[in-house]
Structure formats: structure tokens, C-alpha cells
Design a protein around this ligand. Sequence first.
Ligand code: SAM
Length: 389
Amino acid sequence: GFRCAVLSCILSRYFLKMEKKESITFAGAVSHVYGLYKGAMLTLMIDIGHRTGLWIAAAKLSRKGSSFTSTQLAAEASCNERYVREWLRTMTCGGMFQYDSNGELFSLEKPYAMILGGPQKTVVSMALISSLFSRNLDKYVDVFKNGGGLGYEHFPEFHGLMAELSKQNFDDNLLKEYMPRTGDILDRLKSGEKLRVLDVGCGGGHAMLVLAKEFPKSEFLGFDFFSGKALDTARSIAKSQNVGNVQYKVGDASKLSVDSFEAGLKFDLICGFDVIHDQKDPQLVLDNISSCLAENGVFLMQDVAASSNFHENISNPMSPLLFTMSALHCMTVSLAQDGAGLGNMWGRQLATKMLGQAGFTDINVAAASDHVNDIFICRKPSRSLHANI
Ligand SMILES: C[S@@+](CC[C@H](N)C(=O)[O-])C[C@H]1O[C@@H](n2cnc3c(N)ncnc32)[C@H](O)[C@@H]1O
């Protein structure tokens, strides 16, 4: 009887759930899928506009308050008029430009000018992601069939794009939103105490630059296992801005220890921005981070705001984008190393569990104001607390 009751409860829930989802008509399904194709085409055109400077040129012409012809835009962006005309027509049909048939004039509305050709670079840069993935389509088919993964070498534009995307985030949120969550660490930095700060998988290195400028008495170190352009650029920016308290080194987080940079060197603040879920061995990296934290130190981890229970992500409008990015980049770069392949949708429950296994006993998770990330502030038990127990 009990089993029947449980079963009928489960079944009724299942059917209730099924009923809740409205059944779609054939025409509705076709229209839904074509809508997605339209978005994909426009995304390509947005990317081309970004790479050719058309958005910046259109925003500039719009700032002068005037509408413009395709010839004027082509001249402003040094592009071929025939292609520009077609691009403008596409984008007008896509809803970004207004069109005045008297004089064949186009105008870009201010909000679009801001996000596609203005200072808010994050939105327009995101278009590059689909182009980045498209180049690997045949290789994705291969791993879908046979397993394995695509390593970082298959994403030549990744580090540049990531640096561009996260620069905006660090400029907007690091000092205002993330650092206040570290509590006493921020107080100590502000008071002029010399703290040591490490950024694991620092990519373009901008986070440490922002902090090093703000807290000149402390020392900042970013490391990444890519020795290429991203770290060189970070070094030269720090040099050109006379920021002497930041360094960038090549290193592997899976080999991180207190002796990695200087014998016995521990850190008061360790940051991991969007970096744990694509590790070969994420638990090992968390363990390493934990062992490199000084007494009363904090591990500040930024990761995608997701639930480890898949169904809790279904209603998140960002999920289709985040799951695709996860499978086609974060998960696959880890699987390419025979790694865990967590992907960026590993979720806060699993993250919290693994942080606990790494020895963090005080883990505070908060949604970031961008609605895409969670911020984890992780502490280990302090020795004085141990002594009291
Ligand atoms: C998604 S990106 C994030 C970069 C940067 N933290 C940011 O927010 O812009 C992940 C970075 O981690 C680096 N990375 C991945 N695994 C690593 C490892 N085991 N050791 C060092 N760096 C690693 C990658 O090269 C890449 O730059």
C-alpha cells in the first residue's frame, strides 16, 4: 500500500509536470526553430560588425545625432559599401536600426549604440563565442561520436576574448561588489597592511591589475598555464601604467604549492575567477589553493550561477547559452586532458561540497548582481578557533 501510494504520488507529479508544459503545434515548433536560426544568423552579422568596426562607426555617426546612408557608414568604417548596405538592411530587419526610406537613411538607437558600439563591450564581444565554436564543428562531431575532448589549442581566440569579457566585469564589480564580501581582508588591504594576493588561472590578468593599483602596499601575483600573448599583454600594461606591485607568471594550478613561487609562500587572498570547473582535476586544485592560504586567509571564487540539480536550471533564460558554452568549451578542455569534465554548470551544491572537502568550513555563496555568477567566500577554521574547541 505504501509503495503504491508513493508510486501514485510520483506518477501524478510526473503527469502534472507533463501537463503543465503546453503542447506545441507543428507550426509553433517550426517557428520556434526558425527563430533560433534567425538569432544565429544575426549573431554572425553582429560579430562581423564588431570585427570590421561597423558598430563603432555607426555609434559614432549616431552620436552626431544624424541618420546616415550606407555610403557614409562604409566610409566611416573603411568597408565596402555593397556589403555594408546589406549588413544595414539585415540589422534593420533584425530590429537594431531605424530606416527612413526618404533618402535611404539609417539610424542606430542609443541603447544599441551603447551595447554594440560603445563602452559596454561585453554584449558585443559575446557574439564572438559562436564564431569561436563554429570553427570546430567537425571536431565536435568527432568527440560526440567517440568521446574525448578539444584542448585549448583548438580555441586560438579564447584567451583574448575571455580577457575582453572579464575586463569589463572586473572594472565594474571587483572593487565595488566582490571585495566588500571579503570583509576583514578588504579592511586589512585598506589599512595599508602588506597582504599577498594570488589569482589562479588569471587569463588576461586584469583583476590583479585593478587590485594592485588600489592597494599599492600589497603584492599581487597572477598565474596561468598559458605563457602566450595574454600574460605578455598583462605584463606590458602593468609596466606602462607603472604598477610595480603586480607580477604574472606561468604555472599549473594542479602543481600549486607553498613553494611554487618562493619557498613557504602563503597568500592572504586567493582568487579563482571562472577557473575551477574546467580543471583536469578540480578537487586537487581546490586542495592546493586551500594549502596555500595563510592563517585567516580567504579564497574568493567566482563561478557560473547554476544549480547542481539540472531541473532547477531549466527556467533560467541564460541556461541554453551557458550549457552550450559549458559543453563546447569548459567541459571539453577538461576532457581533452582526461579530466573530470565538470563544465560550467557544475552548480553551487557540488562546488560547496568540493570546497568543504578541500578544508573550507565557512563558505558563503551569494548571487552576483550580473545574474550570471555566484561569488563564494571561503574560509578555513582559524587556529585560535581550533584552540578553543
Ligand atoms: C575561463 S578562463 C578565466 C580567466 C580569468 N580568470 C578571467 O576571469 O578572465 C580560465 C583560465 O584558466 C587557465 N587555466 C586553466 N587550467 C589551468 C591550470 N591548471 N593552471 C593554470 N591556469 C589554468 C586558462 O588558461 C584560462 O586562462
